[in-house]
Write a protein that binds this ligand. Structure first.
Ligand code: C2G
Length: 445
C-alpha cells in the first residue's frame, strides 16, 4: 500500500484545494491530510484564516479524498509524521517548490501544479471587500504601521491627514498614498481611521471619526480620562462601529499564551505583578518636551498596566505614583504602585532612564519571568522552588507586532469575532482612569 501525505490550511476550501487533494489521492492508495491548527497558522504569520479548524477539517472530509485527517501543530511535525505513519510520498502544491526537498531522504517528494487564478486570499477579499485605512498623524508609529498593515490581507492604507499639509505630503509621497488637508474629504476616503496623533488629540478625532461612521483604531493611551473613554465607547456602540485601542502587546500570541498560563493557576495564586518598560529617547522628541501630556507614564504606562489589569482586574483598592522629573517638570521615570484585595503590582516606566524590560509575575507556587522586551513577548519561563524546576515557552513575535492588532480589528469589523476579550472596553476605560489619576497627581490637569 502506497501512503501519501499532504498539508494545508484549506481555508474557505476552493477548487485549487479540491484538485490538489484529488491528485494527491491518485498518487497512492491511502491519503493522510494534515490541517494546520490556528496556533500554527498564527505562528507562521497566516493571520487571516477565516474558517475554524473544525470547519476546515469538515470541508476536507467532505471532498472524500482523505482517508485520515490529522492536525498540523508545529514546525518540524512533517518530518515526524513521515516516520510515524510510514509515508511513501509527501506532496504539496507547486507554490512550495524546493521548500520541502529536505524530506527527500525519508520519502518521495512531489510538487503538484498549483491551480491558477484561485486562492483563499482572493475569496477572503471577495467575501469581505477591502477595508480602506486612513491615518491621522505622520510620526514614528504611523511609519511603522504601514508596512505592518501591508501584511494583513483585507486592508489597504490609502490616505493620510495632518493639519500641517507639508508633513502629510512628505509622508504620502514616501508611502505612495494620498495626503489630505480637508478633514471631510479625508473621512470620505476611508472605512477605518487609524489615529496616531499626539495623545491629547485622540478624544477629538475618535468622536469625529465615529460621527462620520468610521471604525477607529486609536494609539495608546486612547483617552486621558475615564469619562471620555466611556463616552467614546458608548458612541461606538450606538453607531455599531468598532473602536479599538492599539496596544500591540494585548494582541500578540506570546503574551496571550503567557496570560493564559498565568491565570490558569500554574504558579498558584498570583500575589505580585511587576512590569517595566523604559526607553532612551532624544531630548528633542515631543514626549520629552510636552509639559502637559508628555513624559514616561503617558507614553509607556499603557503597556505596563496591561498585564496588571488583565491579571487582577479593574478594582484596585489603592494606587500611588512616584516620579522623577527633569528640569522641565516632565516625568522621566515613574513608578505606579497598585494594591488589590489579593495582591500587589508595580508598573515602572522610563524615558531617558534605562532598566531591564521585564515582566515578573509571582505566585504562591512559583513565578513567571519573561525575557526582555516582554511587550514583544517571545520567551518566558516558569520557575518553582527548586532552581532546576524550570518550564520554558517560546512563541514567535513577527516584525513590529502591529499586524496582530490590525488583523484582530479586521476580524471584528468583518464580524468573525464579536468579543474583544484581548483588550476589553473595561480594560481601556480602566487605563484611561489611571492616566487621569496620574495627570491629576502631577497637577497637570
Ligand atoms: N493549492 C493549489 N492551488 C491553489 C491554491 C492552493 O494547488 N490555487 C494547494 C497548495 O499548494 C497547498 C494546498 O493547496 O498544497 C493547501 O493550500 P493552503 O491552504 O494555502 O495551505 P498552505 O499555507 O500552502 O500550507 O504546513 C502547511 C503546508 O505547508 C501548506
Amino acid at each position: 500500500m502506497i501512503k501519501v501525505i499532504t498539508y494545508g490550511t484549506f481555508d474557505l476550501l476552493h477548487e485549487g484545494h479540491y484538485r490538489l487533494l484529488q491528485r494527491a489521492k491518485q498518487l497512492g492508495d491511502y491519503l493522510i491530510v494534515g490541517v494546520t491548527s490556528e496556533e500554527y497558522d498564527q505562528a507562521r504569520g497566516k493571520l487571516n484564516v477565516m474558517d475554524s479548524l473544525m470547519t476546515r477539517i469538515e470541508n476536507v472530509k467532505k471532498t472524500g479524498f482523505a482517508d485520515e485527517i490529522i492536525v498540523e501543530e508545529s514546525q518540524g511535525q512533517k518530518f515526524q509524521d513521515i516516520q510515524k505513519y510510514g509515508i511513501d510520498i509527501f506532496t504539496v502544491g507547486s507554490d512550495w517548490i524546493g521548500q520541502f526537498d529536505y524530506l527527500k531522504d525519508y520519502c518521495k517528494v512531489v510538487y503538484l501544479d498549483r491551480t491558477k487564478n484561485i486562492s483563499s486570499t482572493m475569496l477572503r477579499t471577495k467575501r469581505t471587500s477591502i477595508q480602506r485605512i486612513g491615518i491621522i498623524g505622520t510620526g514614528r508609529i504611523a511609519n511603522r504601521f504601514i508596512p505592518e498593515a501591508m501584511l494583513v490581507s483585507g486592508v489597504n492604507t490609502q490616505s493620510v491627514y495632518n493639519p500641517h499639509i507639508e508633513n502629510a505630503q512628505l509622508f504620502a509621497n514616501k508611502w505612495e498614498i494620498d495626503a489630505y488637508e480637508d478633514l471631510e474629504e479625508f473621512y470620505n476616503s476611508l472605512d477605518i481611521v487609524y489615529i496616531a496623533s499626539p495623545h491629547e488629540t485622540h478624544y477629538k478625532y475618535i468622536k469625529q471619526a465615529l460621527e462620520h461612521k468610521k471604525h477607529v483604531l486609536c494609539e495608546k493611551p486612547m483617552c486621558l480620562s475615564k469619562v471620555q473613554s466611556e463616552e467614546v465607547f458608548k458612541l461606538a456602540m450606538e453607531k455599531d462601529l468598532v473602536l479599538f485601542e492599539g496596544i500591540k502587546t494585548a494582541y500578540c500570541p506570546g503574551f496571550i499564551k503567557l496570560l493564559g498560563i498565568a491565570c490558569g493557576g500554574i504558579i498558584g495564586n498570583i500575589k505580585d505583578v511587576e512590569a517595566c518598560f523604559t526607553k532612551l529617547e532624544d531630548d528633542n522628541n515631543r514626549e520629552l518636551k510636552d509639559k502637559k501630556y508628555g513624559g514616561s507614564f503617558t507614553e509607556l504606562g499603557s503597556y505596563c498596566l496591561l498585564p496588571i489589569l488583565k491579571i487582577y482586574g479593574h478594582d484596585y483598592e489603592d494606587i500611588r505614583f512616584e516620579t522623577i522629573c527633569d528640569a522641565n517638570g516632565i516625568d522621566i521615570y515613574t513608578k505606579v504602585y497598585l494594591r488589590y484585595p489579593n495582591g500587589l503590582a508595580t508598573a515602572k516606566c522610563g524615558l531617558g532612564v534605562k532598566s531591564e524590560g521585564k515582566l515578573l509575575i509571582s505566585g504562591t507556587r512559583g513565578y513567571i519571568t519573561t525575557e526582555a522586551p516582554w511587550w514583544k513577548t517571545s520567551y518566558f519561563e516558569i520557575h518553582r522552588e527548586r532552581p532546576d524546576d524550570v518550564e520554558r515557552f517560546s512563541e514567535r513575535f513577527l516584525g513590529d507586532g502591529l499586524r496582530y492588532e490590525i488583523s484582530d480589528l479586521l476580524s471584528m469589523i468583518n464580524g468573525d469575532k464579536k468579543k474583544d476579550f484581548k483588550l476589553t472596553r473595561g480594560d481601556s476605560v480602566a487605563m484611561a482612569g489611571i492616566m487621569e489619576a496620574f495627570l491629576k497627581s502631577q497637577g497637570r490637569i
